[in-house]
Design a protein around this ligand. Structure first.
Ligand SMILES: Nc1ncnc2c1ncn2[C@@H]1O[C@H](COP(=O)(O)OP(=O)(O)OP(=O)(O)O)[C@@H](O)[C@H]1O
Ligand SMILES: [Mg+2]
Length: 228
């Protein structure tokens, strides 16, 4: 573990109960809303896999989406210090591409960005237990960044288990949890599971569901109201 020695004024670390649940969608929406509210928002996607290669360079789509949403001019190298081509878990992609991720590179970039901006939004990769380097996961990174964690969860059956496990992992480490956002990444119609799960998750976890993002909804103001 490396102490950052930095007090971040404000921000959130966005994790998900899984990959593809809508972390980038929610992170970008929050960044856009905060920006509209006049907040100087910085963004970070510390590590991204599955990057397409264009003209010999890897293109991190999530990082670029976040940069656009926040309207920042920070370099892609600061916003996304680690990127890989293979669409695999970080450690696996790194091993296959012969790379070794040094968490200090991520922390240094975070420190620079956090000193430039009023509010930092950091998006993890996959879920909170995903390893970044041997013995070092996104849980460690979120803890060292000192940011409260926002959990993005899917609405469908199975989400109670995934969300409670994520909350438990964070609480066991004593991390602050900003809340849960239920996100409709696909355009399914809410059935009984979708309608009943949020209340069950709130009751058992004791963590507030800040809001439900319907498919294609762009209304993030009520969620942002809980964050700032
Ligand atoms: N509420 C929503 N409405 C419409 N489309 C959405 C919504 N949430 C997510 N999506 C779409 O679903 C897909 C997956 O979402 P997203 O990329 O945000 O997931 P993620 O959790 O960031 O995935 P990863 O683990 O790869 O970073 C994207 O194409 C995104 O645009
Ligand atoms: Mg993403």
């Amino acid at each position: 573990m490396f102490g950052l020695g930095l007090t971040v004024k404000k921000g959130i670390f966005i994790t998900g109960t899984d990959t593809g649940v809508g972390k980038t969608y929610v992170a970008a929406g929050i960044a856009e809303q905060l920006r509209q509210d006049g907040v100087d928002v910085g963004v970070m996607k510390p590590a991204e896999t599955g990057c397409a290669a264009r003209a010999g360079k890897l293109v991190p789509r999530d990082a670029k989406r976040l940069i656009k949403a926040a309207g920042v001019t920070d370099s892609l190298e600061l916003v996304n210090p680690v990127r890989m081509r293979k669409p695999l878990a970080l450690l696996v992609a790194a091993a296959m591409e012969g790379l070794r991720i040094d968490p200090r590179d991520i922390q240094n970039a975070f420190q620079t960005l956090a000193s430039r901006h009023e509010y930092m939004i950091v998006e993890g990769a996959g879920g909170i237990m995903v390893p970044i380097a041997p013995g070092y996961s996104f849980l460690d990174l979120a803890q060292e960044m000192g940011l409260p964690v926002l959990i993005v969860a899917r609405p469908s059956l199975g989400t109670i288990n995934h969300t409670l496990l994520t909350v438990k992992a964070l609480k066991d480490r004593g991390l602050a949890i900003a809340g849960i956002v239920i996100n409709y990444a696909d355009d399914r119609r809410p059935g009984l599971a979708e309608k009943t799960s949020p209340a069950v998750i709130e009751e058992i976890s004791g963590v507030k569901v800040l809001g439900t993002m319907r498919h294609a909804s762009r209304s993030f103001s009520s969620i942002v109201a809980f964050l700032s």
